[in-house]
Ligand binder design. Structure first.
Ligand code: UDP
Length: 538
């Protein structure tokens, strides 16, 4: 991967003249700063001021043109974490004529994706906040191809997982610090600023306690397209007919330890009659871990960032997440949410240590490793006595850190018991084909015919045709839902029907107008759209 910018020969004088005459052009998407990505031509960056610059000229474009709302609070989020006030993007404005008085610009010929990594030293954050969002931002804009260049502006050094970021494009990503070596004024010929949040599934608790995002938009299929890409780049082939089934225990070696790991491994091997192996980030290469996990039947690990590697598990595998004493698994669910995304097809099991005897605490460590010695005595005692960490905000809650960095002796019978509640027979990858769930289209040609019997009784015969896509599908169960609503009323009578026609007589009044809503349902829970409402007069 080359670090030099000028792979493409550009005519410097023409480029400079175009910049002076045309200025910057920006066209962005999104209604708010939290869902905005902007495409720029000739966005510049002063490495001395550490500011992006928008040059105004007669030809410049700025859409959206927000006026001072651009600062309330920002034009857009530079990382994929929603509305984080350390991750905002903005530019300062200058007339293009000011270029005469500025350092000579250095042009960046590559199409650039400009963004912030959120926490590049933590593997969960690397995948969830950076790699997946970058990957799908690049899929959103066709000129962000493998020849595009990533610019990370958060100001961190490469970090321990930089090799993973390098997989996303053929060009070496550049960090904010490195820009200084390129010049005093950089001008990006074409660039995109911001990251798609469409794949993120978790919010870390900056404004409310952590939990799944309110509106998750990603499913297992898109996650696996991403992992397939990563595995290709890592030269790992998916072994289709892997012979032996096995369990992977992903261990931590620095903190939050499993104290009886050997005993745990023996017990798992015996219970499930499978080879059981241990991996850790300290002792294995990333590729080796991916290779092992991508064929595993079960992944067992303490709660922690390494569990994001369940992204690479095959369909049908089981994730077993172990929680230290006093940590309620329901309150910390980044990996549960991942495993249970629609179409991930993973089984998820949480186990919690409920026995004080089996936990080892570290009150005297530094605060960021869970120490509590800096707190006053009463608070220390309260924390030590507490049996559950109350819900809290990110990121420095000492009671949470104290409990999160405990070591645990896993109670084997209790663990096997909870796994067995979910994994009845042999755990293991399902060698199954694509099993996407498809939704019905609208029902077609809906008709109704009314008949009146005397002054108080009436009937409504309603019929319709199957949705257009059904004739191409094998669907286990097809049902129809019909709502009958008297015009002007808020309530309706719902029916679930198996056939394509039905005569309604219950509660049908003569000389009344009814609205009839019909939709198709596949396999009990795949609800289609309602067809255009039918107006039926008795
Ligand atoms: N980590 C590790 N081994 C350890 C402890 C941590 O590899 O014994 C890694 C962990 O996977 C994560 C990073 O170090 O990528 C930061 O860990 P931390 O405990 O701060 O975060 P958490 O795992 O709780 O998200």
């Amino acid at each position: 991967q080359s670090q030099e910018l000028s792979q493409v020969q550009i005519d410097y004088h023409a480029a400079l003249q175009a910049l002076v005459e045309d200025g910057t052009k920006m066209v962005g998407t999104g209604r708010r700063h939290t869902d905005r990505i902007c495409r720029f031509e000739s966005l510049c960056y002063s490495t001395e001021a550490e500011e992006f610059i928008y040059f105004h000229s007669n030809s410049s474009v700025m859409l959206p043109n927000l006026g001072s709302r651009r600062f309330q609070p920002a034009l857009l989020d530079l990382s994929s974490v929603e509305d984080h006030n350390t991750q905002y993007f903005n530019f300062v404005e200058l007339p293009a004529a000011a270029l005469k008085f500025m350092p000579k610009p250095v042009f960046v010929p590559d199409v650039a994706l400009i963004a912030n990594r959120f926490n590049p030293d933590n593997l969960m954050h690397v995948f969830h906040d950076d790699l997946l969002p970058i990957y799908y931002t690049m899929r959103q804009f066709s000129d962000l191809d493998l020849e595009a260049r990533l610019f990370f502006m958060e100001g961190w050094s490469e970090g321990v997982h930089f090799d993973l970021y390098k997989l996303l494009s053929n060009k070496q990503p550049l960090l904010r610090e490195q820009l200084k070596t390129l010049g005093r004024l950089l001008c990006f010929t074409k660039s995109y600023v911001g990251l798609s949040k469409i794949t993120t599934w978790y919010q870390y608790g900056f404004v409310q306690p952590q939990g799944p995002k309110a509106n998750i938009l990603v499913s297992g299929n898109e996650i696996r397209q991403f992992t397939k890409f990563m595995m290709q780049k890592l030269n790992i082939s998916l072994e289709e007919s892997s012979s032996e089934e096995y369990i992977v225990v992903f261990s931590r070696t620095i903190n939050r330890l499993i104290l009886n790991e050997a005993e745990l491994i023996l017990a798992l091997a015996q219970e499930f009659q499978m080879k059981t192996i241990t991996v850790s980030l300290e002792e294995h290469s990333f590729s080796d871990i991916v290779r092992l996990i991508s064929n595993a039947s079960m992944l067992v690990s303490m709660h922690g960032a390494q569990l994001v590697m369940s992204l690479f598990l095959p369909r049908g595998a089981t994730v077993v997440e172990l929680f230290p004493y006093a940590i309620n698994p329901e309150h910390y669910t980044p990996y549960k949410t991942l495993a249970t995304l629609p179409g991930m097809d993973l089984q998820y099991v949480a186990w919690q240590n409920t026995d004080r005897e089996d936990t080892v605490t570290y009150p005297d460590r530094p605060w960021d490793q869970g120490g509590i010695a800096h707190l006053d005595k009463a608070e220390q005692e309260r924390i030590i006595k507490s049996t559950e960490v109350p819900r809290h905000l990110c990121c420095r809650n000492p009671e949470w850190l104290f409990r999160a960095y405990q070591d645990t002796k896993v109670n084997i019978p209790s663990l096997i018991h909870v796994i067995r509640q979910t994994v009845k027979s042999k755990p293991g990858p399902k060698k199954q084909k694509w099993s996407g769930s498809l939704y019905p289209g609208k029902v077609r040609d809906a008709k109704c015919q009314a008949s009146v019997q005397g002054t108080s009784e009436a009937k409504l015969a309603v019929s319709w045709q199957i949705p257009w896509n059904l004739k191409y599908l094998k669907v286990r169960e097809v049902k129809y839902e019909v709502w009958i609503q008297e015009q002007g009323e808020n309530t309706y009578m719902p029916y679930i029907l198996s056939h394509q026609n039905h005569t309604f007589s219950e509660n049908i009044k003569p000389f009344t107008i009814y609205l009839v809503w019909i939709r198709c349902i596949f396999n009990k829970n795949l609800l289609g759209p309602f067809a255009d409402v039918l107006l039926c007069s008795t």
